[in-house]
Design a binder for this molecule. Structure first.
Ligand SMILES: [Zn+2]
Ligand SMILES: [Zn+2]
Length: 263
């Protein structure tokens, strides 16, 4: 079974899921490895979206011990990337014993596309291009992250979503990002929460295939579940999908080191 390496709990401002409920949901679905990755979004538009990390780490360590015979639980975090936060984020990451750090872009021009307001003043195409450019710029100055979260996340929220979206249309911007993460040894995340509103994962399989073509070897997988029902969402489709994109292994990170698991 695929490991679910992206999920949230009540430690994130946007989730009410109890930590043990997320763990139990994974066990019920036959998942033997998970990573909890609550949000740490510093300097967020509506104020800081901060994680009470001392309490978070302590709670996860307790649950790791409690469930150690039933499931492997890693300690992760999802940090919101912004160019000016590099140093602050690096200090933060270095201060805790994280197994795995997801770096995600949640903003276009200082706004979360999730709120959809950005699409009142920009076309989908402009917002998508700017999102990709902002992702690249932030990656140039990113702290040491292990995977790039939900690369084409912005497409979930556009007025016409994926109607006019394709890898090909944005290949210049996307290739630039893929080449940079390969060069920096950052994995690509395949985020199945895309399936909630789109007919594909984030990023689109054509992007995953392109990453492989360019020499990328590490894909992490996460359902980005904010509730127990969403843990392992659509994972039954992932082995075939990844194989069709040229992968024989997916990757998990333990103590910040990649481990390859056969599909
Ligand atoms: Zn995210
Ligand atoms: Zn997330």
């Amino acid at each position: 079974m695929i490991a679910d390496c992206h999920m949230h709990t009540e430690f994130s401002a946007d989730s009410e899921a109890k930590l043990t409920d997320q763990v139990e949901a994974a066990i019920k679905k036959g998942i033997s490895h998970i990573c909890i990755t609550d949000h740490m979004d510093m300097d967020f538009p509506k104020g800081e979206f901060l994680l009470d990390t001392d309490r978070y780490v302590e709670s996860i360590q307790k649950v790791q011990e409690e469930y150690k015979d039933r499931i492997h639980i890693c300690l992760g975090v999802e940090v919101g990337l912004q160019e000016h936060l590099q140093e602050r984020l690096q200090n933060y990451i270095d201060s805790y014993p994280f197994d795995f750090v997801i770096g995600s872009m949640h903003l276009v021009h200082g706004e979360d596309p999730y709120d959809r307001k950005i699409f009142d003043r920009m076309s989908d195409e402009e917002a998508y291009r700017d999102y990709f450019t902002a992702t690249y710029d932030a990656l140039l100055k990113a702290p040491k992250i292990h995977t790039l979260g939900h690369l084409d996340y912005v497409v979930r929220y556009g007025k016409e979503m994926d109607k006019y979206y394709s890898y090909k249309k944005y290949s210049d911007e996307i290739d630039q990002i893929l080449k940079l993460i390969i060069e920096k040894g950052i994995a690509l995340e395949v985020n199945t929460a895309g399936y909630k509103t789109l007919p594909f994962t984030n990023p689109h399989p054509d992007v995953i295939r392109r990453y492989r073509e360019l020499g990328g070897e590490m894909v992490t997988v996460g359902a980005d579940g904010h509730s127990p029902e969403a843990v392992g969402y659509h994972f039954e489709e992932i082995p075939e999908l990844l194989k069709s994109c040229g992968f024989r292994y997916f990757t998990v990170f333990e103590a910040k080191k990649p481990k390859f698991i056969e599909l």
